[in-house]
Design a protein. Structure first.
Length: 886
């Protein structure tokens, strides 16, 4: 064989062989080496019990490989146990399952299993396999690899596939060879044409278009995969927004086998319905869609799946298209569970938004109370009313529509009518699905306009900025924390997105100490982020407006700097508070976990309150008084150990800064004051601020400071003088009501009750559930498959069409193009041709294609040392003339 001749080098063979995942691997991957330890051939591997592969020397391998193969497979290629491990480095042909491997390999005492063929030798096995898998009386061992010959491969058209692959000696992986790779056994049951059509081969990235007489990009056939890309395009949403709150539509669909026609109707009509709906209504709204597809408990642990809200109807159609109707052993299905899932979706928190649910099922929910059927695996279920009541309480504009298909749901429908004031139903067939949904939506909009609004608002379409979660990563303790933090801000900032702000015209009624002395606060609803926020307008702007004076350019700049400084300070406090919680938890110290409100910057095209850049943060929605825990001087609330947090920030930033003036509601804080030479702010006292803290406010360390190993500042009194009564025995025994403790989710920005002090992560339970639901997608940059949770990532607002590696490598900043097809090059997969000190970039398709081009005269492979013209590149014979032969 050509791979192990006298001059062969075992290092030419890829160590991972058929399982190689390196897209640019230039080594050889012949199937004949399956099961062989390449590491042993190269003197890397010394222990066969660890690698589990065959340890042959080159000489032994030469002898073994001369053994007559069966359909291109040698005996040493076969898996000794015929396992089902997808990462097994051996081969598992279909004919191996009927063979007693103990008899074949003569390694163990045969157990005489009756279903297997025993006392089989390799020669006897060949006869068995040839009898079952020969096609037209031929097999791969009868083929040759010559171009011009009359062997059976040419006679029976098998040469349209890779003959070397049939014989186990093709050096290319499947999909990288210019000829289709298929196992010989797979041809037995299928026509050659069908198999070839499904095959994936390496093709040049361009081809010559005879019609236009030009070179055009050639589309590559892709591997079969589940591609499901959520594109929450805010531009679509913004184009639909005027002066009405959004409409949230949830489709709850029974996916059992009797609902096949309805599934088809849903997946083919949703996009059309939304398009027509937005035409019909007189006032346009932001329309978001979600879907919950359910079966019954007996259909497995994932019998309920969902797609959270999106503004793209086609994504819901794709989601529904994934489901094949099946299941449903007893007639009742888990509709109650589906309602639970729907309730926990990211429903708009705006009180005036509309929630419309369409439920499509031909079966009642579980519980004898809701049907007259004989069979029900859960007859005692009786909580449907409770589930419906939760929706009614959640939204004053809640509408529930039920598509009635069979009479067996009549009893359940009576419950719907009693529980939901805005209930409607209809008995229709699936071909009337779109008509009914459109009618219901129009009726919903008409009725909802009769519900009066209570407040006057300013509506503005704006861009906003927020950050991805910023974990503490101060690595160089002798360096500047602020320099590293600003660098981290650049890496984690999200692209500016559009949202709609509904701003209350009246100032929020707050005490001065709650809103701050230098700002006025206005409450607003951020429709995209689905949260209430407070907008903080500097008082020097409000004063100008009250005097009816023009906001000068100087004041505009001053206001913009104020917003950016507040945004940065809140992010610093948020990062350090999260790190503080982690460290306290690890040290088992007694502490009160701290969470800071989520900051935003809003960019207006048209001024609001005379300015275009405004700082905002998530509204702390707790019905308790605002609390001042410390100030910038000597005051601190002795019932709490929050001064330990200030001490912590000073130490963990290498004395770059200190956070004081701690205030908020319970453990949710806002408006920190940061003293640092590297920040600009009116309240920033720089070094004086930190000195005042240690001299007057934190003269003695608390037990928490000691457990965190925070070094004593030289301005403090001796830490050993701490008196027993100053130690906090139980922070929850003081004025803090433990039941009021909350946390703020770093992903969706919602508040959630802090149920467990051992779980202090900044992600809420809803986002954690979303994170568990993983789909497979394909990176638009490197074309690699990757796993992603769309329901989670669309809230995170990351580039969900890029894999993690491409995100981390800033591929979107890499602007090189393929020399041949002009497509963008992924930074992860760049390959170049160097000619006379000039670099030419080529794409992955061009790389694998060029590897197989040979010189027409000497037959040597292309060495990437000559730049082929497009004509040479597109030659159907994959030939060129190398520099030596030219």
């Amino acid at each position: 064989m050509e791979f192990i001749d006298e001059d062969s080098d075992a290092q030419q063979i890829c160590m991972y062989n058929l399982l190689c995942m390196d897209k640019f691997c230039s080594k050889l991957h012949p199937r004949a080496f399956a099961g062989i330890c390449i590491g042993f051939l190269n003197s890397y591997c010394k222990n066969q019990s660890i690698c589990g592969l065959q340890h042959f020397s080159i000489e032994q391998l030469r002898d073994k490989i001369q053994q007559h193969p069966i359909n291109g497979i040698r005996q040493y290629n076969l898996c000794p146990t015929n396992c089902e491990n997808l990462r097994c480095r051996y081969l598992h042909p279909p004919w191996l399952k009927n063979i007693c491997l103990q008899c074949l390999n003569k390694t163990k005492q045969c157990k005489g299993e009756p279903a297997l063929i025993h006392k089989v030798t390799w020669d006897k096995l060949r006869d068995i396999v040839y009898k079952e898998y020969s096609i037209s009386g031929v097999n791969p061992e009868m083929f040759c690899v010559e171009i011009n010959c009359d062997c059976p491969a040419k006679i029976y058209n098998f040469d349209q596939f890779c003959i070397k692959n049939f014989k186990g000696i093709c050096p290319m992986l499947d999909g990288r060879c210019i000829m289709p790779h298929k196992s010989w056994e797979s041809l037995k049951e299928n026509s050659l044409q069908k198999v070839k059509e499904k095959a994936i081969v390496a093709k040049g990235c361009i081809k010559f278009d005879e019609k236009d007489k030009s070179f055009i990009k050639q589309q590559q056939k892709q591997q079969n995969m589940q591609v499901f890309i959520e594109q929450s395009s805010l531009s679509t949403m913004v184009n639909q927004i005027e002066l009405r709150p959004q409409v949230d539509i949830i489709f709850i669909i029974d996916c059992t086998i009797s609902m096949a026609d309805w599934l088809i109707a849903a997946k083919h009509n949703i996009k059309f319905i939304i398009k027509e709906f937005t035409k019909k209504i007189s006032v346009s709204s932001c329309v978001r869609l979600a879907a919950v597809c359910y079966r019954d408990f007996t259909d497995g642990p994932n019998h309920i799946q969902y797609h959270d809200f999106t503004v793209q109807p086609e994504e819901i159609e794709k989601f529904i298209d994934k489901f094949q109707p099946n299941g449903g052993d007893d007639i009742p299905e888990d509709l109650i569970g589906a309602l639970d899932v729907a309730y926990n979706l990211n429903i708009s928190k705006h009180p005036d938004s509309i929630l419309q649910i369409f439920t499509i099922t031909d079966a009642p929910c579980h519980g004898k109370k809701y049907h007259d059927l004989i069979i029900d695996d859960m007859p005692d279920t009786n909580n449907l009313e409770e589930k419906l009541e939760k929706f009614v309480q959640k939204k004053k504009r809640f509408f529930f529509s039920f598509i009635s298909i069979r009479q067996q749901t009549d009893k359940m429908e009576e419950i719907f009518k009693k529980c939901v004031p805005n209930y409607s139903s209809a008995k229709i067939t699936e071909n009337k699905f779109s008509d009914y949904v459109l009618f219901s939506l129009s009726a919903t909009m008409h009725k909802s306009t009769k519900i009066e609004d209570d407040n006057e608002f300013i509506f503005r379409e704006v861009k906003y900025r927020k950050q991805q979660q910023m974990n503490y990563i101060f690595e160089t303790r002798d360096g500047s924390y602020m320099n590293q933090f600003r660098s981290q801000m650049k890496r984690t900032k999200l692209e500016k997105k559009y949202t709609l702000l509904q701003i209350e015209k009246s100032e929020l009624n707050l005490e001065n100490y709650e809103k701050g002395q230098n700002v006025q606060v206005f409450k607003a609803f951020d429709q995209k982020n689905n949260i209430y926020v407070v907008l903080k307008i500097p008082k020097f702007i409000i004063q100008q407006l009250k005097k009816n004076q023009f906001i000068t350019e100087e004041l505009q700049v001053k206001s913009k700097n104020y917003a950016k400084n507040k945004y940065q300070q809140q992010l610093i406090a948020k990062q350090l508070s999260h790190y503080f919680n982690q460290q306290c938890s690890q040290q088992n110290g007694e502490f009160l976990p701290i969470y800071y409100a989520t900051p935003f910057i809003y960019y207006f095209d048209l001024p609001v309150f005379g300015i275009k850049v405004i700082y905002g943060e998530s509204y702390i929605d707790l019905d308790i008084p605002w609390k001042k825990y410390s100030n910038n001087a000597d005051f601190f609330e002795k019932e709490y150990n929050f001064t330990s947090f200030s001490h912590f920030t000073y130490v963990k930033t290498n004395q770059n800064l200190i956070i004081t003036d701690l205030q908020g509601k319970s453990n949710l804080l806002s408006d920190p004051c940061i003293h640092s030479k590297e920040l600009e702010d009116e309240g920033n006292c720089q070094e004086v601020g930190s000195n005042n803290f240690f001299q007057f406010q934190h003269q003695k360390c608390t037990p928490l400071c000691i457990s965190l190993k925070l070094p004593k500042n030289m301005l403090q009194t001796d830490a050993s003088q701490i008196r027993q009564y100053e130690q906090i025995i139980d922070v929850f025994g003081g004025k803090t009501d433990q039941s009021k403790l909350q946390k703020i989710c770093a992903n969706c920005n919602c508040q959630e009750k802090l149920e467990n002090l051992s779980n202090l992560q900044e992600i809420c339970s809803g986002c954690l559930e979303k994170k568990k639901q993983v789909d497979v997608s394909k990176c638009e940059c490197c074309n690699e498959e990757f796993k992603i949770s769309f329901n989670y990532e669309q809230l995170q607002e990351t580039f969900i069409n890029f894999c993690k590696n491409c995100k981390n490598s800033d591929c979107n900043m890499f602007n090189q193009q393929c020399h041949y097809c002009q497509s963008k090059i992924c930074k992860q997969t760049e390959k170049t041709i160097q000619i006379q000190n000039k670099t030419y970039y080529i794409c992955l398709d061009a790389f694998h294609y060029l590897r197989q081009i040979r010189c027409t005269r000497c037959q040597k492979e292309y060495q990437f040392k000559k730049l082929l013209t497009k004509e040479e590149y597109c030659d159907n014979h994959y030939n060129y003339i190398c520099n030596t032969c030219a």
